[in-house]
Write a protein of this length. Sequence first.
Length: 176
Amino acid sequence: MEPHRRTRTIALAPALALFTAASCANPPPLSDGEKFARVEQMSDDVARQFPDVETVTVAEVGRLLEAGSVVLVDAREAREREISWIPGAITAEEYESDPDRYADRTVVAYCTIGHRSSVYAGRMTAEGRRVLNLRGSLLAWTHAGAPLVGPDGPTNRLHVYGQTWDLAPDRYETIW
C-alpha cells in the first residue's frame, strides 16, 4: 500500500508544480476598489515627480464644468483620442493654436494617469500659461463615473496607453 501512495504523490507533483506556476503567472483580476487604490498610488507618484505642477481633482473639475469655467485639454496621442475623450475636451494642438481664447477659464490637462499631462501642464506654465493637471486623469475620471464620448457618442471604451495602466473600472473596455 505504501509504494502506491508514493506513486500517486510523485504523479501529482508535476501537475501541482504546473498549477502553482500558472497561478503565479496569472494573478486574479483586481477588483474596482483595488484598481482605484492603484490609481491613487500612481497619482501620488506623479505628484511627487512634478511638485511644481498644480493639480485639480475630478470633483473640482465637475464644479468648474457646471460653472462653465474650465477647458479640458487632452494631452494624449491621436491614436488614444480616437477611442474616447472627456466630453467637450480639446486637443493640445487646439489649445496651443489660440491659448488667449481660453484666458478667462481654468485650463486643465489630462492623459491616462497624469504623467504626460503633468509634463504638458509644466511646459505650458513655464511658457506663461497657467495649466493644471487632472489628478489621476482619465482613470480617476472613469472611477468617478464621469462620462466619456467616442466618435459615435457616449462610450465605455478607453485607451489606457499600456497594460500597466489597465486600471479602469470593470464596466470599461480597455484598449492599448
